[in-house]
Design a protein around this ligand. Structure first.
Ligand code: NDP
Length: 443
């Protein structure tokens, strides 16, 4: 049995109730076979065994009181996965589906994603099974303050720098930061995605969505194609989906559909982003409300967004939202490029359908790395007590995404997997972390 398979078998035995973590580790480790076989030094130093074991996992109680005086208890997590190349960095997710396995899968992916950005940031992730939907601002604040009351002792500007993810935007980061400052008496760059008046970076809000389109644009250009005039379907209607839509439209793409966890809208004339921004960013409403203002658009309850014919598909909602049957339908309907804005939105079966059909496929850890890359730019600005213009940050983001594409593409080619950016991204991300772990000895 191969070294990779041995490590995976042991991982599955040890974590039977963490299917998402097992899925992410399987996807990464199996794609590393060629580099592992060519470099026995990794097996000799047990690099894979060390990579799949988080350096530290913190699980804690988060009690808070709702507007009616009732006490609730949620579970908080921070998994500090790997600090070989820099302080732990990764978002906080607030969603009722969050378990330790969810956070471990996200933290594991983050190691390679952060390495791909070329910046000195390690991998971590956190969150809670708290559901911010339908909660008042005061209830969200009560939760965030309680969450930070434990988390603050484990993080810091050079230790671990959390950011947003599903359910965590500017409002939540503000409450978390306020409580951190109150508990520590330190005004430091300990969270990213901060407001512009207290150390936030211009273009951080747009970064993941814009970065996704920069990556897509580079992948298409490299194959003699472009975004202009193409029909695009995007799932989700949160931070990533909104700013992917904005940049795709700026580059001449026609985005015809968006979704949320209740259903999806199809607007054959092209999505009117101002309406979506108001519904989602201001009113915190449902995507179904879109059709009230745009009667030529159609709303459909439930999943099914991938049945809409398109040239380019961008899953930007959540993990495993696009399965093998969805992938086959997209291919049948003529899709030629897919880039993942969300983390692991395609199942392994779906990914294989795309690769087998020679679809240009940008995996999440490369294509959505623009968010964390810009978070690292926010850390640089905080450390230098300065702030850069929107254009400066956006240009740096653009360069980073082009480099990520080029590095993933070159690594794929080097090992005989031309145009397989799944293998390319995993190998490029892994090599830097693994070689650093070798240099730092057994720790
Ligand atoms: P938001 O909370 O802003 O938006 C999430 C969107 O996805 C919403 O439309 C939400 O619908 C939908 N969604 C969430 N969970 C589900 C579900 N279980 N089923 C169907 N739809 C769902 O999050 P983000 O846009 O920030 O994140 C989206 C994805 O991008 C995640 O996978 C995240 O990890 C990834 N990502 C985010 C980055 C960032 O900078 N924000 C960076 C890199 C990756 P509803 O409102 O109905 O729940």
């Amino acid at each position: 049995m191969s070294y990779v398979q041995n490590v995976l078998d042991h991982l599955i035995q040890k974590n039977p109730s963490q299917p998402e973590f097992i899925q992410a580790a399987t996807e990464v480790l199996t794609s590393l076979e060629p580099v592992i076989q060519a470099n026995p030094k990794y097996e000799e130093a047990a690099i894979l065994e060390r990579l799949v074991e988080p350096e530290r996992q913190i699980i804690f109680r988060v009690p808070w009181v709702d507007d009616h005086g009732k006490v609730h208890v949620n579970t908080g997590y921070r998994v500090q996965f790997n600090s070989a190349i820099g302080p732990y960095k990764g978002g906080l997710r607030l969603h009722p589906s969050v378990t330790l396995g969810t956070i471990k899968f996200l933290g594991f992916e983050q190691i390679f994603k952060n390495s791909l950005t070329g910046q000195p940031i390690g991998g971590g992730k956190g969150g809670s099974d708290f559901d911010p939907k339908g909660k008042s601002d005061r209830e969200v604040m009560a939760f965030c303050q309680s969450f930070m009351t434990e988390l603050f002792r484990h993080i810091g500007a050079t230790t671990d720098v959390p950011a947003g993810d599903i359910g965590v935007g500017g409002r939540e980061i503000g409450y978390l930061y306020g409580q951190y400052k109150r508990l520590t008496n330190h005004f430091e760059g300990v969270l990213t995605g901060k407001g512009l008046t207290y150390g936030g970076s211009l273009a951080r809000t747009e970064a993941t969505g814009y970065g996704l389109i920069y990556f897509l644009d580079e992948m298409l250009k490299d194959h003699g194609k472009s975004i202009a005039g193409k029909t695009i379907v995007i799932s989700g209607s949160g931070n990533v989906a909104i700013y992917a839509t904005e940049k795709a439209q700026q580059l001449g793409g026609k985005v015809v559909a968006l979704s949320d966890s209740t259903g999806y809208v199809y607007d054959p004339d092209g999505i009117k982003l101002d309406t979506v921004k108001r519904i989602k960013e201001v009113e915190r409403g449902r995507i179904s409300e879109y059709v009230k203002e745009h009667p030529t658009a159609k709303y459909t309850d439930g999943k099914g967004i991938w049945s809409i014919p398109c040239d380019i598909a961008l899953p930007c909602a959540t993990q495993n939202e696009l399965d093998e049957a969805d992938a086959k339908m997209l291919v049948k309907n003529g899709v030629f490029a897919v880039a993942e804005g969300a983390n692991m939105p395609s199942t392994i079966g779906a990914t294989n359908v795309f690769l087998d059909n020679k679809i240009l496929f940008g995996p999440g850890k490369a294509a959505n790395a623009g968010g964390v890359a810009t978070s690292a730019l926010e850390m640089s600005q905080n450390a230098g007590m300065t702030s850069w213009s929107f254009e400066t940050v956006d240009n740096k983001l653009h360069d980073i995404m082009i480099n990520i594409y080029k590095n993933a593409s070159a690594a794929a080619k080097q090992y005989g997997y031309t145009d397989n950016f799944v293998v390319g991204a995993n190998i490029a991300g892994f090599t830097k972390v693994a070689d650093t772990m070798l240099a730092q000895g057994v720790c």
